[in-house]
Design a protein around this ligand. Structure first.
Ligand code: NAD
Length: 535
């Protein structure tokens, strides 16, 4: 260790604070800088969690944890890993949404990397300023569509920071490999632009060529400076999300979590729900409420699953029904984008509720950002022709959920198989307690990222997301299903990520998309890569 004394305590990666031993204090010039007692990491974690639990609000907990990350990285990750179900809603959705809304107001310390239009022509140069040369995972957003909260401009930086914490906590990706990036190309949120405390580029967003060329400069600069890095595109508006994915998916190592990660976790939920209803995927009719990047991404992956079952593309498409704010998406509707048009059905125009009555879907998936839209009538109608209607209310944060867990169980008289995007507390109905599963992308992206790193993938085809979905579905136990949960326990996340990484890595070798020579033992190679925050 080349640092000494106070510099060690100010370096979060090496700081152990009160856990430095008496010998270390002597050797490292720390005598006098720390209290007498030497505490174990275990005891430190107890102190951290006790401190968190006495905070009044989730935002205060978020700030506390964020400061811990800046002070003592290993203690931060070790605490998160020990208390993942409790702390994930703090470091990620829903609290991260509130943190982003207030980001400029709660800003304390430089974290992550900001690129603005002023950096045009010099992005590769400024990437040199990042303190680490071997970056392996970049989460980048332009802040244009943060969770379900809309355009938060540069305040969206909380999302890449939070996501990367989950890469480390969830799959053991070394935090030094991780780089959160804000492509701050303006904001169309006028309230932000006129807020004197707003920290971002206070102009309207770049559009069209001016926008695309900045993103391209960034992507190419990453290839030049960090050629092994996986780029995760996060929370871009649907058009840009699809446009960027189509442009880069097979050119560079990248994926879009809103499209592909969501698709994968929802597909995992569908596979388990089908199992829980003792039916077959082939027998399902799936209706999506909301036809944005989440829904169309899920639909595309499920179509792949149907194709694997021997369906033709047309037969697979006939299983998918999409509803947007104008009602059922039907052939001949004016102004349909290509993305939505692909899912248009031969049917007359109907409203959402009439579409349910007419189509009689077995599975209803909400990804609309339209809170409360699965009304009593919707849930009762779904329950009238399904013994166990499958209803996913995926919109985040909680206030945007299409319905809350309690209503879903109550209105369906306990028949529903329910999952949500944001966490819900268990619900007791008629003496039975249901534990709603959270269809959280965190089950997917850390494991995919670990696989990409482990094999130095050239690029990620869509099929890796189907591989990951199957691994997650296979991890659900009968006891989970008995409680009404269709996702595995969050406490198993690290092990699930490892299994995903192994399965996806094998798949990438089969497809010849790995740039690293195949290690003798892939499992050991992956296990050895996993960061351990113990001192
Ligand atoms: P998006 O903006 O791309 O799409 C939203 C879609 O909903 C659009 O097609 C819009 O037309 C439609 N819509 C809006 N209001 C509607 C209404 N009143 N009736 C019907 N349709 C309506 O957003 P997205 O990326 O698809 O995300 C949608 C929601 O899904 C967000 O709330 C997001 O938080 C959530 N989401 C959840 C997960 C998860 O749980 N794992 C993952 C990704 C996204």
């Amino acid at each position: 260790m080349d640092k000494k004394g106070i510099d060690i305590l100010r370096e979060p990666r090496i700081n152990k604070s009160t856990a430095f031993t008496t010998e270390e204090k002597e050797e490292l010039g720390l005598r006098g800088l720390l209290p007498y007692a030497v505490t174990s990491q275990q005891l430190q974690k107890q102190r951290v969690i006790d401190n968190i639990r006495i905070k009044d609000t989730d935002l205060q907990k978020y700030i506390f944890l964020s400061q811990l990350q800046e002070r003592n990285e290993r203690l931060f990750y070790s605490t998160i890993m020990d208390h993942l179900p409790e702390l994930m809603p703090i470091i990620y959705t829903p609290t991260v949404g509130e943190a982003c809304q207030k980001f400029s107001h709660i800003y304390r310390i430089a974290k992550g990397f900001y690129i603005s239009p002023d950096d045009r022509g010099s992005i590769a140069d400024i990437l040199e300023n990042w303190p680490v040369k071997d970056v392996r995972v970049i989460v980048v957003t332009d802040g244009s569509r943060i969770l379900g909260l809309g355009d938060l401009g540069s305040n969206g930086m909380g999302i890449p920071i939070g996501k990367l914490s989950l890469y480390t906590a969830g799959a053991g990706i070394d935090p030094s490999y991780c780089m959160p990036v804000m492509l701050d190309l303006g904001t169309d949120n006028e309230a932000l632009r006129t807020d004197p405390i707003y920290l971002g580029y206070p102009h309207v967003r770049l559009k069209g060529e001016a926008y695309n060329s900045m993103v391209d400069e960034f992507v190419q600069a990453v290839q030049q400076k960090f050629p092994k890095a996986l780029i995760q595109f996060e929370d871009f508006t649907t058009d840009n999300a699809y446009g960027l994915l189509a442009c880069y998916q097979k050119q560079v190592l990248c994926f879009n979590d809103d499209i592909q990660g969501t698709a994968s976790i929802a597909a995992a939920g569908i596979f388990t729900a089908v199992q829980a209803t003792n039916s077959l995927l082939e027998d399902q009719k799936i209706m999506f409420y909301g036809a944005g990047s989440a829904s169309t991404g899920i639909a595309d992956l499920i179509i792949k699953a149907f194709l694997e079952k021997g369906f033709s593309e047309a037969d697979a498409l006939s299983k998918i029904w999409m509803v947007d704010s104008r009602g059922l998406i039907v052939k001949g509707r004016e102004g349909l984008s290509d993305i939505k048009g692909r899912f248009a059905q031969h049917h007359h125009h109907v409203s959402f509720i009439d579409a349910i009555r007419s189509v009689q879907p077995t599975i209803l998936i909400g990804a609309s950002g339209n809170g409360g839209s699965f009304t009593r009538e919707v849930v009762e109608t779904m329950s009238s022709f399904n013994e166990h209607p499958v209803i996913f209310a995926l919109s985040n944060p909680t206030s945007k959920a299409e319905c809350v867990a309690e209503d879903a169980y109550t209105w369906s008289k306990g028949k529903v198989i329910f999952a949500s995007g944001s966490p819900f507390e268990p619900v007791t109905y008629n003496g039975k307690t249901f534990v709603p599963g959270q269809g959280n992308n965190v089950y997917i992206f850390p494991g995919i990222g670990l696989a990409a790193l482990a094999v130095e993938a050239a690029y990620l085809p869509d099929s890796v997301f189907l591989v990951a979905a199957k691994v997650v579905a296979a991890e659900v136990e009968q006891t989970d299903l008995d409680n009404g949960t269709i996702y595995p326990k969050l406490s198993l996340l690290r092990e699930i990520s490892f299994k995903i990484a192994v399965a996806v890595a094998h798949h990438l070798y089969e497809l010849k998309l790995a740039r690293l020579d195949r290690p003798e033992n892939l499992e050991t190679h992956i296990r050895n890569m996993m960061y351990d925050p113990a001192y």
